[in-house]
Ligand binder design. Structure first.
Ligand code: HEM
Length: 440
């Protein structure tokens, strides 16, 4: 379908304030977590932000159509590159078409069930060690502490490296690279986000590149090694591919798992009945660390994870770019338009979710399955060919961590406490989520 098709409607929308347009709402995340645009214009509208014209897709019909991308017109690479390209170039999510297909097939070799089971053992060890450094009782800033834990996992399970000062430098490098994506000043000025992001990328390249030769000859039990060994027919990754994929994977895994653990801790602290239920289930397994074959037995924890992913979706918006003139729900979309698909709204609009702000993990239970209301009502891991390749890895990391945490501690927040969120780049609590720990 082309833009000259006369059956297509003109899209509603507005450019926002003079000069800055909608840029502030875009970079602060306030636009991604607000339904007023959907109320005013419906599921598809245009706007201006960061010097570009964007199509905003909201609600499961529009977002589902963009992500499933049946006509293969909404490209991910140019969509995301505008925001994160300089920092995460040629990561899997930034590739399209045949090239993406080939790289994804090779990468899949690092995410088979056998590989995941192999990652779980060192991961469990790292979780035990990391938790042993937590205080016995008292106040703990949950978010930065669990971020350190997921960093320890990234260092060990991903790279097979030791935690320590080097790991701290790597952590700062990821954070700088991720936050650079929503920089207001989008060129390098020393000290500002963009420039710090570029420095972060260089640090990660300099860390990974000299270690590839050793990983290629090693036994490949960590993710870095698995990528070095991954092969489908006669295709495998070059050294440059491995560096690009590792940098992207570290980023894709780290903050998403951290915020999911944080939102789960928050909701479990506010809902002690669910906390007890998850703890009882973990204790019933009878092992400090969860075995790969037992992950599916953590049924209540799975419901809590899903509900937390719904309420605090780690990737609130997904970016695409129209490679040719096309349409979206009957609206004209010219070639070269950026498209922002809002995953937050998909999970929060009351048209699809009853009482959407209420924490109610039972809505995902077999006897309710409220997520089945629409094919695209629940998409924390996206959909279509770019659907998260690490969703089982992430779920395993999150459940393995919570399984140990729940057996060690009871945790609470004061009555009436609400976690204040910062939605600029990926979501995080502004106050670090202070919880009170009680050692069991
Ligand atoms: C709770 C945890 C996670 C969430 C919520 C999450 C979410 C997402 C989403 C929404 C996408 C799709 C983006 C798009 O369509 O543009 C995605 C893609 C991706 N994720 Fe995750 N992710 C998580 C954990 C992980 C982990 C642990 C890894 C790796 C170990 C990972 C690696 C990737 C990769 C490589 C892609 C790109 C896939 C492709 O383009 O083919 N993610 N993730």
């Amino acid at each position: 379908m082309t833009s000259t098709d006369t059956t297509l409607r003109e899209m509603p929308g507005d450019s926002g304030l003079p000069l800055v347009h909608h840029s502030w709402g875009f970079v602060s995340g306030s636009m991604a977590t607000d339904r007023s645009r959907f109320d005013k214009y419906g599921p598809v509208s245009w706007m201006k932000a960061l010097g570009r014209t964007w199509v905003s897709a909201a609600g499961p019909d529009a977002v589902g159509e963009v992500l499933t991308n049946r006509n293969r017109v909404f490209d991910s690479g140019p969509g995301w590159s505008f925001l994160i390209g300089p920092f995460f170039r040629r990561g899997l999510m930034l590739l399209d078409g045949a090239e993406h297909h080939t790289h994804r097939r090779i990468m899949q070799e690092a995410f088979t069930a056998a590989r995941l089971a192999g990652y779980l053992e060192p991961m469990n060890r790292t979780i035990t060690e990391s938790l042993s450094r937590w205080p016995e009782a008292g106040m703990l800033a949950f978010y930065p502490t669990v971020k350190q834990l997921t960093l320890d996992i990234a260092t060990d399970t991903f790279m097979g490296a030791e935690a320590g000062a080097e790991a701290d430098r790597l952590n700062t490098a990821f954070v700088d690279a991720v936050r650079a994506g929503t920089a207001f000043v989008r060129f390098p000025v020393p000290g500002l986000r963009w420039s710090r992001g570029l420095a972060g990328r260089t640090l990660l390249e300099n860390y990974l590149t000299p270690r590839i030769a050793e990983k290629r000859t090693g036994d490949g039990t960590d993710l870095f090694g698995a990528l070095c060994h991954a092969q489908v027919e006669d295709e495998s990754f070059t050294d440059t591919d491995i560096v690009n994929h590792m940098i992207f994977l570290l980023m894709a895994a780290h903050d998403t798992s951290t915020i999911t653990l944080t939102s789960m801790a928050y909701y479990l602290a506010r809902n002690p009945e669910w906390q007890d239920r998850c703890r009882d289930e973990s204790l019933a397994l009878g092992s400090e660390a969860v075995a790969y074959g037992d992950l599916d037995r953590l049924v209540a924890l799975d419901l809590v994870m899903k509900e937390s992913l719904r309420l605090v979706v780690p990737v609130p918006g997904v970016m695409r770019w129209a490679s040719t003139d096309t349409e979206l729900l009957g609206y004209r979309v010219p070639a070269g338009t950026h498209v922002a698909a809002n995953l937050w709204g998909v999970h929060h609009f009351e048209e699809w979710w009853p009482d959407p702000e209420r924490f109610d993990p039972g809505r995902f239970a077999d006897d309710r399955r409220e997520d089945k209301v629409h094919r695209h009502a629940f998409m924390p891991f996206g959909n279509g060919v770019h659907k998260c390749i690490g969703m089982y890895f992430g779920g395993m990391e999150i459940k393995a961590t919570m399984h140990q945490l729940l057996q060690r501690y009871r945790f609470s927040v004061p009555d009436g406490y609400e976690m204040p969120m910062d939605w600029s780049s990926l979501p995080r609590p502004r106050d670090g989520l202070p919880v009170t720990l009680h050692r069991l």
